[in-house]
Design a protein around this ligand. Structure first.
Ligand code: TXA
Ligand code: MG
Length: 312
């Protein structure tokens, strides 16, 4: 693990791609200030150029070199970084257009993982990194997931073990009023407590209207398993269909997200279980939604998108 770090630093300096462990999901990282390196990310993922990348930095001071902070941003950075929060802020001129898809803003975050922070500090460059999956597929939460799907495109895979949070960061536009563009690993409740004001969740209509400019990752088909996935509410009976596997929240399915009913445990295992079920030989997945609170917002959002339903 530690021998891989110098190789990863060298790869980044040479404009190559590194698979980066974070607390949320694995990222596919390149030097954010080198447009040619960033272009390799889009090519490797098959990602449309209109979908902007998140820039990863080792601390808030480094964040303010690529983005212009505001009082809300500084407050959240101090309380939440390192952690699963991406702030969408006005960009500085050093950030290539390719990173932001030409938007006047940039998404920036400090990942909470020792290997990610070690790489960021050692290479001394901000790293652009989307989730390390081919576009439209389930995000990777282990180094093996990355090797299976993108191994050939990556110079070095840094193996930091399974991701602790398991769903991507919360993407927040803090100003002029706080708006969650993508629910994720940091809860809305926590953001509201920290800011002392309401935090809105971009609604389906709002997101659709704003595509692809506002939050392109919110395309309805963004997280698609290989076999059809449909949803059932907690009170609904399980549909009886041959060839279907049932993914339950606590109990009653062929697989469960958390028998203790713990949303953090459910989030941590979500993408790995979806991968397992899509490769299980079943013809379809029926997934039960979880309570719409805390991390449940992010889990239900990913399940709805896996079902092709888009957000909320
Ligand atoms: O947890 C995460 O955020 C992971 C890890 C690797 O850090 N990264 C991640 O990146 O999920 P990605 O590319 O899969 O999702 C990035 C999303 C975009 O699709 C978009 O919705 C939003 O972040 N985003 C990035 N920059 C933005 C901007 N300037 N304005 C609005 N949304 C932005
Ligand atoms: Mg992604």
């Amino acid at each position: 693990m530690t021998e891989a770090l110098p190789a990863a630093v060298a790869a980044i300096r040479n404009g190559l791609l590194v698979a980066l462990p974070t607390e949320t999901v694995y990222g596919l990282a390149a030097d954010a200030l080198d447009p040619q390196a960033v272009l390799r990310i889009f090519t490797a993922k098959g990602r449309p150029r209109f979908d902007p990348l998140i820039v990863h930095v080792p601390d808030a001071a480094a964040a303010w070199q690529v983005a212009v902070p505001s009082p809300r941003a500084e407050r959240l950075a101090a309380a939440c970084w390192p952690g699963p929060l991406t702030l969408v802020l006005p960009r500085r001129a050093c950030v290539p257009d390719l990173v932001t898809s030409g938007l006047p803003t940039v998404g920036v975050r400090v990942p909470d993982h020792p290997l990610a922070l070690a790489l960021l500090r050692s290479c001394g460059r901000p790293l652009a990194a989307p989730s390390a999956n081919p576009f439209g597929r389930v995000s990777p939460t282990t180094a093996d997931h990355v090797r299976e799907q993108l191994g050939a495109a990556v110079a070095v895979v840094l193996d930091g073990g399974p991701c602790r949070v398991g769903v991507e960061s919360t993407v927040l536009r803090p100003d002029p009023v706080p708006l969650i563009l993508r629910p994720g690993g940091l809860t809305r409740e926590r953001l509201e407590a920290l800011l002392g004001e309401p935090v809105a969740l971009a609604g389906a209509g709002e997101r659709a209207d704003s595509l692809p400019r506002e939050a392109p990752g919110l395309l309805a088909s963004h997280y698609a398993p290989k076999i059809p996935l449909s949803l059932k509410g907690p009170a609904d009976p399980w549909p009886q269909r041959p060839g279907a596997v049932r993914l339950a929240f606590r109990a009653g399915g062929d697989a469960v997200l958390s028998s203790a009913g713990d949303l953090a445990e459910a989030a941590a295992g979500l993408f790995a279980v979806l991968r397992r079920l899509e490769g299980s030989g079943a013809q379809e997945i029926i997934a039960e939604t979880v309570p719409e609170q805390g991390l449940g917002l992010a889990i239900n959002d990913r399940l709805r998108r896996a079902a092709g339903l888009g957000a909320t």
